[in-house]
Design a protein. Structure first.
Length: 178
């Protein structure tokens, strides 16, 4: 499934993208900003799993620090299956993302109810959206990644003007609001 997800991301990338991942107990990596799908796929292909705890807060702090007034980050996509961190600090960081107009798009693999609740609240306070998926929905994730790319380029109007399934699903989540 990871190969399909990486291909989906590479196919939909037409913006500057930075790949960030964590693994183990404290390892965190962020790539250079990438504009070529092949370069993104190369970076993603080098990622391997290593047991450890989630570091979602670290990803959010990185995103908050990485943007600038002249080159803001317009969206953060997070794909994960668990959240082992305390929700309060994550919600605080998500709120800071909302203040900076950095919506979080959280795609949850699996059915963990606690993770789903935390992701939903983080998306809500940041102005983003969350959608669950599983191993059989790589195509849905591909569509949603494309929708986030269109959102990052053209905002809600780009989603409203599109008839694509992923765009409409993401738009429905965004319009739910708090």
């Amino acid at each position: 499934m990871h190969g399909e997800l990486f291909s989906a991301a590479a196919e939909t990338t037409s913006l500057a993208v930075q790949l960030c991942y964590y693994r183990g107990m404290a390892q965190f990596h962020s790539s250079h900003w990438l504009t070529e799908p092949g370069a993104l796929l190369d970076q993603m292909s080098g990622v391997s799993c290593e047991a450890g705890i989630t570091q979602i807060g670290r990803v959010l702090r990185h995103a908050l620090d990485a943007g600038s007034a002249s080159q803001p980050i317009r969206a953060l996509i997070f794909v994960g299956d668990a959240c082992e961190e305390a929700p309060e600090p994550l919600l605080s960081l998500a709120g800071q993302c909302g203040i900076k107009k950095l919506p979080l798009f959280l795609f949850q693999e699996g059915n963990d109810v606690n993770t789903r609740a935390i992701f939903a609240r983080m998306a809500q306070v940041s102005g983003g959206a969350t959608v669950p998926f599983d191993a059989s929905s790589a195509d849905l994730l591909r569509q949603l990644l494309g929708a986030v790319a269109r959102f990052a380029r053209g905002g809600l109007k780009a989603l409203q003007d599109s008839g694509a399934t992923g765009d409409q699903l993401l738009l429905a989540q965004l319009e739910k609001g708090p």
